[in-house]
Write a protein that binds this ligand. Sequence first.
Ligand code: ZN
Length: 275
Amino acid sequence: MVFPMPELAEVEFYRKQWDAGRGQPIAAVRTARMPKLFRGGMEPERAAEVFRQSVFSDSSALGKQMLFQFRRDGTVVGFIGVHLGMTGKLICRPAGVIPGKHDHLVLTMANGLDLVFTDPRRFGRIRLATGETEPDWWTGLPVPVLSADFTRRRFAEILDRRRKAPLKAVLLSQDAFPGVGNWMADEILWQARLHPGRTAGGLDEGRKRGLYRVLRSVCRGALRTIGEDFSDPPKTWLFRYRWKAGQACPRCRNPLCREEIAGRTTCYCRVCLDD
Ligand SMILES: [Zn+2]
């Protein structure tokens, strides 16, 4: 099992780890003295006052972001936003475990569970917001790839705006494809048989249609496997073979290529390209 940097499906998996505390009031809030991790203008100490005794009522994930909602007497009182960065994780464990030095936020729930945000490398972010309405940094996020609003037309416009950029770089744009990261971009392009360095403007209508279809099916497939229980995607995917050098393409059995494209280590097959 590999532990890639959290992308769409990993984020969805971690969001659900806190579900065991849903519907429960928070008995205690513990925040580490790690101001760099906390955003949104609220001191971590004040968060403890705001969220204590409020009920964890809902959560959602969009791309690489998560939003947790809290209520008191039925009214929404605030939100905690989480971005996992490179090594962040959300976990749930029995209350009473002594927090480790990387446990930056611990919500002790009334049912005896601790909901924990842990992050050894501290590239993650926690955002705190009070009030009834969802904060701007959440409502301003781009349209999710699997939503009905993410139409073929929208996709074609995104490609057109970035027509000179390599496809790999385009797929990594978080303002266009929220949650698509390095491994997903490689998977999408490999399944669509497109070279990651090919420019976005060079695709004809048929290839654009194919890429749109593969983009959505990779997102769905990742959510069904990794997003569900952290199991690996199917053996027919590049995912199983992309992490270290010397592996063969699962489609044509030729050696896979690894090189830096758009500033990221990129894995692709030079042989089974569609051009
Ligand atoms: Zn191949």
